[in-house]
Design a protein around this ligand. Structure first.
Ligand code: 5AD
Ligand code: SF4
Length: 444
């Protein structure tokens, strides 16, 4: 028997890319590949890329340049680009970087075996179509191998919202929800392999409208309905979902946060800005007030919920007053986590054509916003000291005898010499709050 060929994948960007990279390993598994963590051993190197901001996209060209020595050492090595940069700039990648053999967009991963065969004949392979067949078909031969206690599961892809700054509707296409029975089958498979917590993924996950089992017409299950069905799976202990849009926070989903035992008290709900003028120009179709009222309803359903958000500073025409409104909103909400970015012009999006805010102004605003967010984050983390939380342990920590995991609220928690193992959920009394994690002791 010949040795299997080796595949090295480097993943950039969001959790959906992490999930997709697993699908690519499975798809190429069918073509005789096994994954390696060492690029020097690889017969194929794939970069799974992100196009959301300019820096992320440009990084790919320098990364490809760094792969040249590997190709020189092993001329048979195949180099591929996958993900959103592949979708947006496929032809240009081929032109700018001749060492690339293969370019595959995010909807075509199930076709990788055919593409790989083409590269073996010395041809280049490019596929950035949005095919009618299903990229999740790589899952038909489900793997059985054990895996860690947490997993991602994509339930929805694409976006119809067209926020004026965002490339996602162009790179990932319009909203598509997977049928519920396929998702439930995949969840059971993950649980059988040792998974105890599943994070449901989608660019607009709460817009999920999939066909329920046995459905004729499709689209009849909401995200809440899907979560309730997952709640019934024995051995699955925790459910999370990300990323959500405020306009799709349906009543049944808000209610589930108060009543569904396995749904964790954490919600990532980006608002992007606190200024109504900017929200309008971003095409967000909600106001700062409507967002705050929505959070009130969510907190009424689940008072201890930890909230998380995304912000863009320096969107075209953002004034100091607009930015102040963002600071005011953050001050009012007090996020447990928040991710903030300088606006980055993306080709083909409406906002790219408008009057831009200067780079220094953006940097200065970003720093002020991050200082405020970090303060709230610290306060919320520090307030956990003295409380008892449930921790799902994932892996050994850096210190001897240490195990680390996550609380219900997604805080990283570490304990020492406590005898807990990966996959175990234990009550932990929090005794200290560090820079990025909490420390505690297991309660017997
Ligand atoms: N510039 C800066 N940030 C952006 N995001 C999306 N597009 C851009 C852009 N052009 C941010 C948004 C989104 C997160 C995933 O990335 O905050 O919620
Ligand atoms: Fe992009 Fe807006 Fe869609 Fe989110 S909702 S993926 S920010 S267009």
């Amino acid at each position: 028997m010949t040795d299997p060929k080796k595949l090295f994948i480097k993943t950039y960007g969001c959790q959906m890319n992490v999930y997709d990279s697993e699908r690519m390993v499975e798809a190429l598994g069918g073509a005789g590949y096994v994954e390696t963590q060492t690029p020097g051993d690889a017969d194929m190197i794939l970069l799974n890329t992100c196009h959301i901001r300019e820096k992320a996209a440009e990084k790919i060209y320098s990364e490809l340049g760094r792969l040249r020595p590997f190709k020189e050492a092993k001329p048979d090595l195949k180099i591929g680009v996958a993900g959103c940069v592949a979708q947006a700039e496929g032809e240009e990648i081929m032109r700018r970087q001749p060492l690339v053999d293969l370019v595959v967009g995010p909807q075509s991963y199930h076709r990788l075996p055919e593409m790989e065969a083409k590269t073996q004949k010395g041809d280049k392979a490019l596929d950035t179509d949005f095919p009618a067949d299903d990229k999740f078909d790589t899952l038909r031969n489900r793997p059985k191998a054990k895996r860690g206690p947490t997993a991602f599961l994509t339930v929805q892809e694409g976006c119809d919202k067209f926020c004026a700054f965002c490339v996602v509707p162009y790179t990932r296409g319009s909203e598509v929800s997977r049928p519920a029975d396929r998702i439930l089958e995949e969840a059971v498979n993950l649980v059988d392999r040792g998974v105890r917590e599943i994070t449901l993924l989608g660019q607009n996950v709460n817009a999920y409208h999939g066909a329920g089992p046995g459905s004729q017409g499709g689209g009849d299950w909401s995200l809440a309905r899907l979560i309730w069905a997952l709640n019934d799976i024995d051995g699955l202990e925790r459910i999370r979902f990300t990323t959500s849009h405020p306009n799709d926070m349906a009543d049944d989903l808000i209610e589930a946060h108060g009543t569904c035992a396995k749904l964790m008290p954490y919600l990532h709900l980006p608002v992007q800005s606190g200024s109504d003028k900017i929200l309008k120009r971003m095409n967000r179709s909600h106001t700062a007030q409507s967002y705050l009222r929505l959070l009130e309803r969510i907190r009424a359903a689940r008072p201890d919920i930890v909230l998380s958000g995304d912000f863009i500073v320096g969107f075209p025409e953002e004034t100091e007053e607009d930015f102040q409104a963002t600071l005011d909103l953050v001050e009012e909400v007090k996020y447990g986590y928040a991710y903030s970015f300088k606006y980055s012009t993306r080709p083909g999006t409406p906002a790219a054509e408008r009057a831009q805010v200067g780079e220094d102004v953006k940097s200065e605003r970003l720093q002020r916003l991050q200082t405020l967010i970090t303060r709230h984050q610290r306060d919320i983390q520090d307030a956990m000291v003295g409380r008892t939380v449930k921790v799902l342990f994932e892996k050994p920590g850096r210190e001897p005898g240490q195990m680390v995991g996550k609380s219900e609220y997604l805080h990283a928690v570490h304990v020492t010499d406590s005898g807990v193992v990966s996959g175990q959920i234990a009550d932990v009394e929090i005794t200290e709050s560090g820079t990025n994690s909490l420390g505690g002791r297991v309660i017997r």
